[in-house]
Design a protein around this ligand. Sequence first.
Ligand SMILES: Cc1cc2nc3c(=O)[nH]c(=O)nc-3n(C[C@H](O)[C@H](O)[C@H](O)COP(=O)(O)OP(=O)(O)OC[C@H]3O[C@@H](n4cnc5c(N)ncnc54)[C@H](O)[C@@H]3O)c2cc1C
Length: 465
Amino acid sequence: MEERSHFDLLVIGTGAAGLSSALGFIEAAAERGESPSVAVVERSSEQERGGATKGSWANLMVNPEGVVDPDVIQRVIDSHPEVDEAYFRTLEAAAGEAVDWLGKHGVTLDHTPTGFAMESTYRATVGGGQAIVEALTEAIERYPAVSFHYETEAVRLRLNGAGRVDGVLVRGADGLLRVLSAGSVVVACGGFEGNYEMLTRYVGPRAGEIVPVVPAVRNNVGDGLRMITEIGGDTAGQFDMLHVQLVDSRSSKPDAGIFGVPYGIIVNKAAERFVDEGSRTFEGLNESLAFEVWRNQNSAAYFIGDAQTFSIPGFEHLNQTDLAPVEADTIPGLARGLGLDPEKLEATVSAFNSAVQDGTFDVSRCDGKRTTGLAIDKTNWARTLSEGPFRAYPVKTAVTFSFGGVRTDVRARVLTPGGTPIPHLYAAGVATGVWYQEYPGALSVLRCVVFGRIAGREAAQAARP
Ligand SMILES: Cc1cc2nc3c(=O)[nH]c(=O)nc-3n(C[C@H](O)[C@H](O)[C@H](O)COP(=O)(O)OP(=O)(O)OC[C@H]3O[C@@H](n4cnc5c(N)ncnc54)[C@H](O)[C@@H]3O)c2cc1C
């Protein structure tokens, strides 16, 4: 094993968190006229860099003024006694500036409303997460004292005799280990969403069967969590919960998401409804429904609509699969196409249709148009499924990220269980655990950018003599 280089900062990961850390560090140092050296190590190849961020829509939960919905922040804070309120208050306070910073680096946002009822205001990143990865990488690469190490995996954090992190043991594409020594290290290598063994260990039996929503998720195998807990860092976040979504189970397209469920019905293999499809808006329902489909429905369900459902203006944008839905002129015919019991599905749809109440259907708000008298009623957007052709997507559960990770403070410093920061060690993004019960959507990239920049700036500050 041979020590090849020293860097003032070493960042692990090229997603939104890692790139924001590296650039935050470079900019903070440049403000003082300094040009310290930076290494960024990344498991994937240069072509595949960018992690889950690259495949992300990168919607950001800010209104056009850059303000995060305060009700959502409060809901997150109230969701569990372990939630770190200071973390979310920092996110809330820094979000606008982070959005401006992305803008300064050429990332543009779009605030065109979806037209569908939503639980909070989003701004879409034009070009999605790929635009963020490209813009930040370009800005970092303009800096002369930076080196990217692709196909290089961080294996272990190195401590000096006093317990301060001073480097990382890495394995290159040649299979050989070497140490990159560093003034500070930022761990930004995602969660354990790509690790079958850890998913089973933390989330439960069969969790490893949950497919990754995009292939890059497979690179995130909990290395940050493992490396940090090995040296005494603490954990946070709900380890037995994941951010998941439904995808077309027939498709091999990355992110073949199916989000239109609130406007139709969903049934299991027994051709029975098992949730109130109208309990929440499409983006609000997504995670809990997909988790339920995995946990209690053996990761198989069928979203069903009729001609009215599929002709809702813009409905195609809620379903990103590359495959056409299964289609039939009758419900029994649709059941046969899906491999379900035709009589049972007809009975389910007919009971549902009989329970639908009068009211005005309105996709743009929770319209209160509901069913009554069913074992599980649908409380919004309930219309009879009566106009052929009938269409359906078979769906399964896909994982985006894990909730459990390492514990940091608002300065992105990694903490021990006693609350002591481990000197010169920072973490950001999905590697850090913050969510309990529910992830409300559109806050993941935002928190990666906010706390990635904080980690970089803190490391720059710590590097000062
Ligand atoms: C399809 C999709 C849609 C999404 N939509 C949204 C959205 O609209 N809004 C939102 O906020 N969030 C969204 N997300 C989630 C969000 O994009 C991610 O949670 C976030 O971008 C993760 O960023 P990160 O930097 O923590 O991790 P990543 O972007 O995954 O980066 C981690 C990097 O670390 C590398 N790595 C892992 N282990 C090692 C190791 N040992 N050594 C070296 N490198 C390593 C990986 O290869 C990867 O490149 C979406 C995600 C997906 C996949």
